[in-house]
Design a protein around this ligand. Structure first.
Ligand code: ARG
Length: 456
């Protein structure tokens, strides 16, 4: 007896299979489906639907199915529609009637929702590991460059001096929030749909608390209709990944730019670079470019997931089958991007000399205005005076670090710029407010991150 032979006459239809058969995508849920089947068999034994001996047999066959999957020699038939029907068919082939009882009180609807949440819990844990490893690399690189001066920009234009440590610390801070979001999504993923039946709750008196705990969930979902219909755990995971991938993309772009010899702030090791088929001199930062691109894909798939449930009537509709390729892609690509980003960055060589060479005196204009304001000049006036001064310097081919004799005393009688000239290091050290670029503050931020890594 095939799956719905009682109702639907089976005839082979290649096009229907092409659109309906999800096994090639959802086969990777098999380990979770085995877990779901085990928990369900145990519950059926509690209810007396299966004897202890039958349940033991089911456990044995499920174990062998998992082994065969892991060693790549499962015998899959063209009629196996999805991972759930495959496992049921394999059980029934081996155990006859005993296998045919496993679907008592259960639907593929609660099965797939359950498998998906088990997968999500694992996936989120793995992403947390990858994101934490990336933060580790960022902390180490930031520590090494804690007092390496470089131009900080806004609008891509020279703004104020900062340090490399501060810049890399910014990426670590962003990823720290991503980890918190992944962990938080994990809490909501850890709710169990099994026992919800097709939509209305199982017709057999299974203990959903016991089922949830047997599978490692925190609790059962409280409404069967919602448990079957919603895919918010997948959507939330994807959204968190989209934000994370967006962070990686942005920093990857920055590093691509810095690897251009016109900046020259860093070079990637050969392992993370490629050459050109035509231009012999080329050294391309492909690894980071691809990390930059992954965000497009992750955001696209996240949009697919969000759109799938928009306006979808409750409870289950086959539309929901399309969630898996999108979700798997989001998780795979985010994990890959994290690993490559961390490895390529870990092996990148930053060039202190190039960063220092890129410092220009105009980066100190805010410092001069700040000093005037500290001396009592209203800031708006200080800003105006420095602006005019910088223009005058430019016309005279001079800079704030090569002020023509007499100009400073004449334009800024409130200050003694001769005794205390403007200075990049001082500018950085002077930004010692909490979260500022001063090395002591960045050290504090990194120490905070270390502590968080050790305790979270
Ligand atoms: N392969 C299906 C999916 O991924 C499993 C659920 C099928 N349910 C159904 N009522 N046809 O969504």
């Amino acid at each position: 007896m095939t799956l719905y032979e009682g109702r639907i006459a089976q005839s082979s239809n290649a096009l229907m299979d092409a659109i309906n058969r999800s096994l090639p995508v959802d086969i990777r849920l098999l380990p979770y489906d085995i877990a779901t089947n085990r928990a369900w068999a145990a519950e059926l034994e509690y209810l007396g639907v299966l004897s202890g001996a039958e349940c033991a047999k089911i456990y044995g066959v499920l174990g062998r199915i998992l082994e065969r999957y892991q060693s790549g020699d499962l015998d899959v038939l063209p009629d196996d529609e999805d991972v759930h029907t495959l496992v049921e068919r394999l059980l029934t082939d081996e155990l006859g009637e005993t296998g045919a009882r496993i679907h008592t009180g259960r639907s593929r609807n609660d099965q797939v929702a359950c498998d998906l949440r088990l997968y999500l819990m694992d996936a989120l844990n793995k992403l947390v590991v990858d994101a934490r490893a990336t933060i580790r690399v960022l902390i180490d690189q930031a520590q090494a460059g804690i007092d390496w001066l470089m131009p900080g920009t806004t609008h891509m234009q020279p703004a104020q001096p900062i340090t490399l440590g501060f810049f890399l610390g910014s990426a670590a801070a962003a990823l720290q929030r991503d980890v918190e979001r992944l962990l938080d999504a994990g809490k909501r993923a850890a709710l169990c749909p099994l026992g919800s039946g097709a939509l209305a709750g199982s017709g057999f008196a299974v203990d959903r608390e016991r089922l949830a705990h047997a599978l490692g969930f925190a609790a059962p979902l409280p409404n069967a209709l919602d448990a079957i219909a919603d895919r918010d755990a997948a959507q939330e995971t994807a959204t968190v990944c989209a934000v994370l991938a967006g962070h990686l993309s942005r920093y990857a772009e920055q590093f691509v730019l810095w690897s251009n010899p016109q900046f020259g702030y860093l070079s990637f090791s050969d392992r993370w670079s490629t050459g050109s088929s035509m231009m012999p001199q080329k050294r391309n930062p492909d690894a980071m470019e691809l990390v930059r691109a992954k965000a497009a894909r992750v955001i696209g798939q996240t949009t697919t997931l969000l759109t799938l449930t928009k306006g979808l009537p409750l409870s289950y509709a086959k539309d929901l089958q399309e969630d898996k390729q999108a979700l798997f892609d989001v998780v795979d690509q985010t994990g890959l991007a994290l690993k490559v980003f961390a490895a390529a960055l870990g092996e990148a060589a930053f060039r202190r000399d190039k960063m220092e060479q890129a410092l220009t005196a105009d980066l100190l204009a805010t410092d001069l205005a700040d000093r005037l304001a500290a001396a009592g000049v209203p800031f708006r006036q200080a800003h105006g005076r420095v602006g005019t001064f910088v223009t005058r310097l430019e016309e005279a081919d001079a800079t704030l670090l090569s002020i023509p004799e007499g100009w400073a005393a004449e334009s800024f009688p409130e200050l003694d710029l001769i005794a205390r000239p403007l200075d990049y290091e001082q500018a950085v050290e002077g930004r010692a407010v909490f979260g500022g670029t001063a090395p002591e503050r960045v050290r504090e931020q990194l120490a905070g991150l270390e502590k968080w890594l050790a305790n979270s």
